[in-house]
Design a binder for this molecule. Structure first.
Ligand code: ZN
Length: 168
């Protein structure tokens, strides 16, 4: 299946904690393909989580390698099934956007380095240490699995939220 429609805030699925993926079957494989296609089709998009396409499962894809912020420091395309952050370090604030919140960007504070454990698209356990922009992207996508949007993490709605002029 091709790219999927992205649900927009305040769709209730975006606020709901997603369920664990119990086994990787055909359905999951085709969802992974859809998520990758959807991410690639989104302008400047570096990740998509299953709840954003209406599937409340703990699965997301991240790829910051084409982004100017992430191209020097990344693990390429990552398919993350049931991801878990097992260690995190540091804190920094960065401007974030989201395909589900197309009209705004916002300053969010996140860990600067994370160790994340997940099952990859081949069904194998994987552990990745990510830093910088890639770490931010992973934390953003994993938040979607818990029903959290970047809007929920903005430190100050008065000074930390910005109306977007164009999405690119
Ligand atoms: Zn998002």
């Amino acid at each position: 299946m091709p790219e999927q429609k992205i649900l927009l805030y305040p769709h209730p699925i975006l606020k709901k904690p997603a369920r664990t993926v119990e086994r990787i079957d055909e359905e999951i494989n085709s969802l992974v393909t859809d998520l990758i296609d959807t991410m690639r089709a989104g302008p400047g998009s570096v990740g998509v989580a299953a709840p954003q396409v209406g599937v409340s499962l703990r699965l997301c894809v991240v790829d910051v390698s084409a982004s100017r912020h992430g191209k020097e420091n990344n693990h390429g395309l990552m398919v993350m099934i049931n991801p878990e952050i097992i260690a995190s370090l540091g804190a920094a604030s960065m401007r974030e956007g989201c395909m589900s919140v197309p009209d705004y960007t916002g300053d969010v504070e996140r860990a600067t380095e994370i160790t994340v454990r997940f099952t990859n698209g081949a069904g194998e356990p994987e552990e990745v240490v990510a830093s910088g922009f890639e770490a931010v992207a992973i934390q953003h996508e994993m938040d979607h699995l818990d029903g959290i949007l970047f809007l929920d993490r903005i430190v100050s709605l008065k000074t930390g939220l910005f109306r977007r002029k164009s999405y690119k």
